[in-house]
Design a protein around this ligand. Structure first.
Ligand SMILES: Nc1ncnc2c1ncn2[C@@H]1O[C@H](COP(=O)(O)OP(=O)(O)OP(=O)(O)O)[C@@H](O)[C@H]1O
Ligand SMILES: [Mg+2]
Length: 279
């Protein structure tokens, strides 16, 4: 069992990051993030939680170097992020990003090639990651021969197989049924205990956030700022028994109380009807 100590080195440092879409002052300009500063520790599972449109995906994409923030800076270790860092960071998105014209094996190989993983490691990495998500027997299938949930499990396995120290996950389980989410959540917790990866994870599920996270960053309605950070303090790997402990419900209720006003505000400004799922 591993517990995250507060003196772990910083894996990702985010300093005064703000993001505006559109020309400043123009009618279409949107301030998505405002002055975000945060240190993410090595081996930490950090969750971003907040109302729809508060800038969670924007922040994840900036951390991953998919585009640069209008203000502020992100560092991964000693490197200032100016573009993608495929040797350090992999992504798992909500929609599986598998190429439809390649088999599962070939999809892994393409990613390995891009990340310059030595060829003699490809087979073993693919096999063990697929095994971790129970998808070994589908290695020669094409993505459209799998269900949405199976595709997403493969997508997750590919993120694991790349062996970068950091994985950024944007609602990776959103399209999955609840049981699969729970099983994959347990797998992720195991992975964290075994590999010390740093994971930044976006979800709308309060239960998922509590079950998986070392720390949960609660964001405000747009423009997204850090409202507060909730510590979970439970060693990985976590078992479903954790969900039965009074502390689990207390944390979930605390998160809901923190988010409720923000969500009302987001609804008032966007006219949307988004609520966190209480599952
Ligand atoms: N490329 C873009 N151009 C213009 N506006 C954008 C762009 N991407 C995001 N936005 C706006 O920035 C805000 C934050 O978007 P973002 O997708 O980061 O939110 P989110 O917290 O991930 O929301 P959700 O929970 O719905 O996924 C939203 O108002 C969105 O409309
Ligand atoms: Mg998003």
């Amino acid at each position: 069992m591993t517990t995250l100590s507060n003196d772990k080195p910083t894996a990702i440092s985010i300093r005064n990051v703000s993001q505006r879409y559109g020309e400043a002052g123009s009618s279409g300009a949107v301030v998505a993030l405002q002055d975000i500063s945060l240190d993410i520790r090595q081996g930490e599972f950090l969750c971003l939680l907040g109302p729809s449109g508060c800038g969670k995906s924007t922040l994840l994409n900036i951390v991953g170097g998919l585009f640069s923030a209008t203000e502020g800076q992100v560092k991964v270790g000693d490197k200032i992020v100016k573009g993608p860092l495929p040797a350090d960071i992999s992504f798992v998105f909500q929609e599986s990003t598998l190429y439809p014209w390649y088999t599962i094996r070939e999809n892994f190989d393409v990613a390995f090639k891009f990340q310059r993983v030595p060829r003699n490691e490809w087979k073993e990495r693919t096999a063990s990651a697929l095994q971790a998500v129970g998808m070994s027997s589908f290695i020669d299938h094409f993505p459209n021969q799998l269900s949405v949930g199976m595709r997403q499990r493969v997508n997750l396995a590919r993120g694991i197989a790349l062996k970068t120290d950091i994985i950024l996950m944007d609602e990776p389980f959103a399209a999955l049924d609840e049981q699969t989410r729970m099983v994959l959540g347990e797998d992720l917790s195991e992975l964290l205990a075994a590999t010390k990866k740093t994971i930044v994870f976006v979800t709308h599920s309060l239960a998922e956030a509590v079950f998986l996270s070392d720390r949960i960053v609660v964001m405000t309605a747009r423009p997204g700022r850090i409202k507060t950070i909730v510590e979970v303090n439970e060693p990985h790997p976590r078992s479903p028994d954790f969900m039965l402990q009074p502390r689990f419900s207390e944390l979930r209720n605390e998160l809901y109380a923190l988010l409720r006003d923000e969500i009302r505000q987001a609804i008032a400004t966007t006219g949307g009807s988004v609520r966190p799922s209480g599952d």
